[in-house]
Structures are given as structure tokens and as C-alpha cells.
Design a protein around this ligand. Structure first.
Ligand code: NAD
Length: 294
């Protein structure tokens, strides 16, 4: 059974992740509500089922890759009735910590093992099999799940108990949202001061201003040729997804009483950027919104 994986949610991320499991020799059954996603998955060697319940019947491991917490909980509620006790359930979606913990509880009631294992690396990393997995759950579940995750990613970090993977994900992406907004503001200020993009990059990328948002993903065209700024701000990582993650961090801050004022400000900037119709742009396109002084 361990070589049989069921994959529910075969979209932009789940589709290529499931395809990598097929390439690694797993028998993969899958299900998605979208007929287009099912068709692409079938072309990649996934055996598409008529429902989630059908897909998980013979599986030793079940992976879900769905939009949000409500989708994960409704799918897990459905499928725990269909899986054998001892099945390992892994949710790789980015969802709120509370829903992730509820999903772990559901698995426990069915005597299943479970992991929350959100990812970083985007669709490029999903296709290349180079994702980073941030994992929460018991040691026994992690030990069993690591082999499957390794076929879809290059870095697997066990962050702690139930919900710890989601907690790490939203904290990391809050840093990213804040640093990108800061780097965009610095380039806009530099422009006003007559400083060239290359000069600011050469200094900040090698000095105390260095961070992923400037060194790897520079929001102006030129200094980092592979960054989306050189490609019309085509994602990459869409502003709408950054906004989703920043909202998750703000919800978690509200629930726990943490003070995250910079995170709140970044969420507000991305909300206004997305409201102008730029949710589908790469999140580094925020620089155009800031340049216009919105
Ligand atoms: P997507 O919209 O492309 O895929 C989600 C899929 O889930 C869709 O194909 C949809 O039809 C399917 N689905 C929804 N409800 C379902 C149900 N009840 N049963 C079966 N299928 C169902 O989204 P995505 O980009 O693949 O993202 C998935 C998750 O990964 C999200 O939580 C997202 O935040 C996270 N994520 C995305 C990226 C990225 O760059 N796209 C990066 C990191 C994390």
C-alpha cells in the first residue's frame, strides 16, 4: 500500500507534484473537481478517479493540495471514512493553523497518521521537484512521510507538532511580503534621488540590505535577469497568493495576540494593489503601484 499514493487537488501545484511521484515509481490515483486538471494529470500517468473517496481506496498515503482550509477540512472529512486505519494523510496546501490542527484531529479519530506540509518554491519548484516542505506532525508520521516528500522536494524540515508547518510557512511569507515592500520602496526612493538601479543593487545586494527580495528576485529589470521584473511581472508568485498568506499571518496574529504591525501594513499594500486588478501580477510588481504614489 505504501507505494500507492492518492493525490487530491491536481491544480498548478498539485498537478506537477503528482507527476513527480509517478516519475519516482509510485502508483498515483488522483482527483480534482476541474476536468482540465484531470485531463492534464491523466496525460502525466496519474490514474484519475471519479471522486476523492474512490481515489483513496487503495492508497497507503494520501496527499491534498487545495486552495484553503475549508476545502481541506471538507475533503478530509469525506475521505477519512474511506481510508484504512494507519493511512498517512499529508496536506500540502497553505492554510490557517487552526484548520490544520482540526485536520490532524480528524485523522486521529480515524486512527490515521497526519502531517501538515506546506511548500515554498512555487510552480517552478513543483515541476522541478525542488520544493521546500515545512512539516508539522508527530515523529512517527514524519518518518513515514519523508520518503514521499523527498520525491517532490529537495528540503524537508520537520518544524514541530501539528500545525507547526503552517506556522513556519506564514511567518516566512510575512517576512517575504515585508522585505519585498521595503526593497520596492528603496528602489522608488533611489529613482527620485537620481540613483541608478544597478548602483543600488550593487551596494544593497552585498551590504546589510541584502535579502532574497533583492538578491534573487529584484523588483526592477536588469540586475537579476531571471526575476519577473524582466518578464513584464508575469508570476512567479502572484500578488493574490502573497495577499492570501499575509492575511493568514494577520489572522494568526489576531488569534494569538502577536504584534505584527509591519505585516499588517504589507497586507494593506497588497490588498490595495490587488484591488486595482493586479492580483494576477507577480508580487514584485508592487513597485509600480508604489512608484505611482498610490
Ligand atoms: P490551484 O487553484 O491551481 O489548484 C487547486 C486545485 O484544487 C484546483 O485544481 C481545484 O479544482 C482543486 N479543488 C478545489 N476543491 C476541490 C475538492 N473539493 N476536491 C478536489 N479538488 C478540489 O492552486 P495552486 O496554485 O495549485 O495552490 C494550491 C495550494 O498551494 C494553495 O493553498 C496555495 O496557497 C499553495 N501554494 C501555491 C503556490 C503557487 O505558487 N501557486 C506556492 C506555494 C503554495
Amino acid at each position: 500500500m505504501e507505494d500507492r499514493v492518492a493525490f487530491i487537488g491536481l491544480g498548478n501545484m498539485g498537478g506537477p507534484m503528482a507527476a513527480n511521484l509517478v516519475k519516482a515509481g509510485y502508483q498515483v490515483t488522483g482527483f480534482d473537481l476541474s476536468p482540465e486538471s484531470c485531463e492534464t494529470a491523466a496525460g502525466n500517468g496519474i490514474s484519475v478517479s471519479a471522486s476523492a473517496v474512490e481515489a483513496v481506496k487503495e492508497a497507503g498515503v494520501v496527499v491534498t493540495m487545495l486552495p484553503a482550509g475549508k476545502h481541506v477540512l471538507s475533503v478530509w472529512e469525506e475521505l477519512i471514512a474511506a481510508v484504512a486505519p494507519g493511512t498517512l494523510l499529508i496536506d500540502c496546501s497553505t492554510i490557517d493553523v487552526e484548520s490544520a490542527r482540526q485536520a490532524h484531529s480528524l485523522a486521529k479519530t480515524a486512527s490515521c497518521l497526519s502531517l501538515d506540509a506546506p511548500v515554498s518554491g512555487g510552480t517552478g519548484g513543483a515541476t522541478a521537484g525542488t520544493l521546500t516542505f515545512m512539516v508539522g506532525g508527530a515523529n512517527e508520521a514524519f518518518t513515514r512521510g519523508e520518503a514521499v516528500l523527498q520525491k517532490m522536494g529537495k528540503r524537508i524540515v520537520h518544524c514541530g507538532d501539528a500545525g507547526a508547518g503552517q506556522a513556519a510557512k506564514i511567518c516566512n511569507n510575512m517576512i517575504l511580503g515585508i522585505t519585498m515592500a521595503g526593497v520596492c520602496e528603496a528602489f522608488v526612493l533611489g529613482e527620485k534621488l537620481g540613483l541608478s538601479h544597478q548602483a543600488l543593487f550593487d551596494v544593497a545586494s552585498t551590504s546589510s540590505g541584502q535579502c532574497w527580495s533583492i538578491n534573487t528576485y529584484c523588483p526592477v529589470p536588469g540586475p537579476v535577469p531571471t526575476s519577473p521584473a524582466n518578464n513584464g511581472y508575469k508570476p512567479g508568485f502572484a500578488a493574490a497568493l502573497m495577499l492570501k498568506d499575509l492575511k493568514l499571518s494577520q489572522d494568526a496574529a489576531g488569534a494569538t495576540g502577536a504584534t505584527t504591525e509591519m505585516g499588517a501594513h504589507a497586507a494593506d499594500l497588497y490588498e490595495r494593489f490587488a484591488a486595482l486588478g493586479h492580483g494576477g501580477d507577480d508580487f514584485s510588481g508592487l513597485i509600480n503601484f508604489l512608484r505611482e504614489g498610490k
